[in-house]
Design a protein around this ligand. Structure first.
Ligand code: NAD
Length: 480
């Protein structure tokens, strides 16, 4: 078993009070790693180190140099990709082909933001001959980053690469349920020569290390990825010190299927989409809003795809692996039982896989619920498990009302061959990402990402993230 310390000021250290915790393989319950457990004193040491590195080193390093270093990190992630993908599959239960893809994206974040670093600049304003006026995009200083467990390495890469490219230093708190690959990333950053204190990685619990980081007065920008409830707590803590916040929260992303869509193609891709990461992904299509003329045929096709899925440990590369924890499985099972009590029907799945080999893992079968009405909890709440709720609709207006009725607003997917209708839907649907006739852009690194409504605010990814990670200073100089 590998043990990890806290990465503070360029060295791995024990927690001040010597405490540790373990992470577990959700496929078997076996321990995957042991981690130093940061408390408030450790978080304070990390923020102090990051502040020092910002003042002494990083803010004076040219954007070109920062970019070069980040691109070297990208190459090193690629070199370590095999190990990272296996450890990620063990630590958070995801299928190996998914974690390979995630690791590739992690490298791409460092590559993209490394390249973009030197392209970030302010503007000159034409105010006449008496002054020269221009804007400067300055870093926030120390970025506090708190992440969820479902895309641990990927999320760490997207936030760290953007923060560093923009000239900030960082203290990142890993998710306690899956800290392994972010800890490995810390070692990669050190080996690449990222100066001591520029990136500090602390492991620990949300109510201890997370709370200490979100309430720390010397953090200049806080980025949080996680649930709505914790997001609220984090934003309240940040408000006390007037620290700006980026909140990447949950979602209940609708897929609207019009009768003219290619039903077989959509059914196949939607089936794959809602079981991605065993349904534990913030923007996956977990709500199908299907025109009543094709509802029956569509469900039939969907179920046929779902029946073929394999379930097993992530390292065996099944279609879906286990949920992250026993508690998460209970939540998902509670949602399914609640929907059935309210009158929904389980079209496929609904229970635990019968394979005795999977008895020690936290599995739930891929599940499709029909007979769901827009007011049911499974149509509006994030389940975070492999469960798809199907709601029929009649008119375009009804489809929009159901899609916007969840209170979330992360992603939405529309399938129709009628381009005018597709465009109308992009205007009416309230979400940070609206896709027409696709489930994703194919390049999640370059496209800005974030939510409307309960799904949060602020943007990660793409060039937009570099705006997030900087603040604008206007400079005006008299020519006299
Ligand atoms: P969570 O809110 O339980 O935890 C997220 C992080 O917050 C963890 O690191 C945790 O330790 C920390 N935390 C917990 N309590 C805290 C506190 N009081 N103060 C500070 N930090 C605290 O979420 P989770 O269960 O890890 O992740 C699942 C959620 O994340 C889902 O809702 C999912 O939709 C969301 N998510 C969103 C995105 C996105 O980009 N929008 C991406 C992935 C996951």
């Amino acid at each position: 078993m590998t043990t990890f310390g806290l990465l503070i000021d360029g060295a791995e250290t024990e927690a001040a009070d010597g405490r540790r915790f373990t992470s577990h393989d959700p496929a078997t319950g076996a321990v995957t790693g042991e981690f130093a457990r940061a408390g408030a004193a450790d978080v304070n040491a990390a923020v102090t180190a990051a502040g020092r590195a910002y003042e002494r080193t990083w803010r004076h390093t040219s954007a070109t140099e920062r970019g070069r270093l980040l691109q070297d990190v990208a190459r090193r992630i690629q070199d370590a990709a095999g190990r990272l993908a296996v450890e990620e599959a063990r630590d958070c239960g995801k299928a190996l082909s998914q974690t390979r893809y995630d690791v590739g994206l992690a490298a791409r974040y460092f590559e993209f933001f490394g390249g973009a670093a030197a392209a970030l600049h302010g503007e000159q304003l034409p105010l006449g001959r008496d002054v020269i006026d221009f804007t400067v995009r300055e870093p926030h200083g120390v970025c506090g980053q708190i992440n969820a467990w479902n895309f641990p390495l990927n999320m760490a890469a997207r936030s760290l690469a953007a923060a560093l490219a923009a000239g900030n230093t960082a203290v990142l708190k890993t998710p306690e349920l899956a800290p392994y690959t972010t800890a490995l990333l810390g070692r990669i950053l050190t080996d690449a020569g990222v100066p001591a204190g520029v990136v500090n990685i602390v492991h620990g619990l949300g109510e201890e290390a997370g709370a200490a980081l979100s309430g720390h007065p010397d953090v200049g920008l806080l980025t949080f990825t996680g649930s709505v409830g914790t997001g609220r707590t984090v934003a309240a803590a940040a408000a006390a010190t007037i620290t700006p916040c980026v909140l990447e929260l949950g979602g209940k992303s609708p897929t609207v299927v019009f009768p003219d869509a290619d039903l077989e193609e959509v059914a196949g891709r939607l089936a794959r989409g809602f079981v991605e990461a065993a349904g534990q992904s913030c923007d996956l299509p977990s709500l199908a809003v299907v025109h009543s003329d094709v509802h029956e045929e569509f469900v039939h096709r969907l179920v046929a795809h779902v029946r073929k899925f394999t379930v097993g440990p992530g390292v065996e590369d099944p279609d879906l692996g286990p949920l992250i924890s026993a508690r998460q499985r209970e939540r998902v099972e509670g949602h399914i039982a609640g929907a059935v009590r309210e009158g929904a029907t389980v079209a496929v799945g609904g229970g635990r896989p019968r394979d005795p080999r999977l008895g020690d893992g936290w599995y739930v079968e891929p599940t499709v619920l029909t007979g769901v009405t827009p007011d049911m909890a499974v149509a509006t709440e994030e389940i975070f498990g492999p469960v798809l709720s199907v709601v029929p609709f009649g008119t375009e207006e009804e489809a929009v009302a159901i899609a916007n009725g969840t209170g979330y607003g992360l992603a939405a997917f529309v399938w129709t061959r009628d381009l005018g209708r597709g465009i109308r839907m992009t205007k009416e649907i309230l979400a940070g990402q609206v896709y027409v006739n696709c489930f994703g852009s194919g390049d999640p690194v370059m496209t800005p990402f974030g939510g409307f409504n309960k799904s949060g605010y602020g943007r990660e990814k793409g060039f937009e993230a570099l705006r997030t990670y900087t603040r604008v200073k206007n400079v005006c100089i008299s020519t006299h």
